[in-house]
Design a protein around this ligand. Sequence first.
Ligand code: TDO
Length: 184
Amino acid sequence: MRIKTCKIPGCFELLPDVHCDHRGVFVKTFHEEIFSNYGLITSFAEEYYSGSHKKVLRGLHFQAPPMDHIKMVYCVQGSVLDVVVDLRVGSPTYGQFEAFQLSADLHNMIYIPRGLAHGFYVQSEYAIMLYKVTTVYSPEHDCGISWSSIGYSWPDSTPIISARDSDFIDLKDFKSPFRYEGSA
Ligand SMILES: Cc1cn([C@H]2C[C@H](O)[C@@H](COP(=O)(O)OP(=O)(O)O[C@H]3O[C@@H](C)C(=O)[C@@H](O)[C@H]3O)O2)c(=O)[nH]c1=O
């Protein structure tokens, strides 16, 4: 597995080894010792996935403290534009976004530290996104900021979104509970 640092500190793009043969591919997405050697968290509390149609945009989501979490995401079917936003006050990239192409063909994964909002836009006919998170789902702490308020040029100005996602506050009006601590 190769680990690429990103613009936003504590965020990493993980590139697992891909074993191809006449049957298809074999990809290992988590290995405790490798993660530990890279200083990444090895204990996850939940894993889940979503399936979404083309033009769906989900996000931008995070869980507020004390239920904030590290999140690992990857696309096992289709392709998405995956976007994170740094909400950690004091971070050198506070308020900035970073976008990644994630796809089943690229086999890449994003390791997202606490204090970042996350979302994605589906470019393929259908996309399945898989997540590992370090704290359990807590509806009272499950929050978001408006996808259209972060200064990113999404490829679609009228994506398919949930009612909840359409009501989130703009980034500029958001009072962040997150503080940058110099690492993930
Ligand atoms: C996230 C989540 C949702 N749910 C429920 C709530 C709701 O009834 C249904 C769908 O929830 P949502 O609309 O929030 O699903 P979704 O918009 O797919 O939420 C996800 O979005 C992306 C961008 C993320 O980063 C994820 O962490 C997660 O927040 O599933 C759970 O039971 N457990 C969970 O962990």
